[in-house]
Design a protein around this ligand. Structure first.
Ligand code: ATP
Length: 207
């Protein structure tokens, strides 16, 4: 089986995550795509985020009724700082015979050198860089892949680039809209919007 892993903070999860997951699912020919909400993102330490259990419940609401996608609570249950390498060690023991893909937003290209054990990460799963279709960016694909292979080493499989559509929405914008009393209809599935409203999330938080 071909399994994709899609990690993030998902505070909150939104239609950008869903559509980009759907594109990656199709381009990579996946059989399953697993969302992995983190407990604490190492590079966002100190930033206020919604409690992990609440973000996990929102990701469950995001993929509700969607046969292609599922949610794995492993990082939330493990707690503490969520290092991708630890998660992939667990997942590769759980799915030893499957083809594993780690889906990474192209913005990760900038931070990947700071991740714990990048070389091990690249041996535990095939890195799949999701680049938005119109993203000419500062770096072309070859340079981005080159920059990552400088970090992982050249004897492991290089990252592959997956073209995804541009969806101009971010969790930051959604939090800001809620805080300023604007509608988030269409930015998140209705089940997620209901959850946010019922819990009164994001009313007080600056970005
Ligand atoms: P924030 O605005 O709080 O930084 P975010 O919307 O980027 O959050 P994350 O939880 O950080 O959400 O995203 C998880 C992954 O999804 C990241 O790899 C990010 O690149 C990707 N992603 C987020 N929004 C989009 C989008 N609109 N299109 C494509 N990829 C996205």
């Amino acid at each position: 089986m071909r399994i994709g892993f899609f990690g993030g903070t998902f505070d909150p999860p939104h239609v950008g995550h869903l559509l980009v997951a759907s594109d990656a699912y199709e381009v990579l020919g996946l059989d399953r795509l697993v969302f992995l909400p983190n407990a604490q993102q190492p590079l966002k330490a100190g930033q206020a985020v919604t409690p992990p259990e609440v973000r996990l419940a929102m990701v469950q609401a995001l993929v509700e009724g969607e046969a292609r996608f599922e949610v794995d609570p492993l990082e939330v249950e493990r707690g503490g700082t969520s290092y991708t390498v630890d998660t992939l060690r667990t997942l590769s023991a759980r799915y030893p015979a499957d083809e594993r893909f780690l889906l990474l937003g192209a913005d990760v290209g900038r931070t990947f050198p700071q991740w714990r054990e990048p070389r091990a990460i690249a041996t535990l799963a095939q890195l799949a860089l999701m680049r938005r279709r119109d993203e000419d960016g500062e770096l072309d694909d070859a340079r981005l892949v080159g920059a990552l292979t400088d970090v992982t080493g050249r004897d492991v499989p290089p990252p592959i680039v997956v073209r995804t559509r541009r969806v101009d929405v971010s969790s930051t914008e959604i939090r800001e809209r809620v805080r300023t009393g604007r509608s988030i209809r269409g930015f998140v599935p209705d089940a997620v919007a209901r959850f946010i409203a019922e819990r009164g999330l994001y009313h007080m938080r600056q970005s």
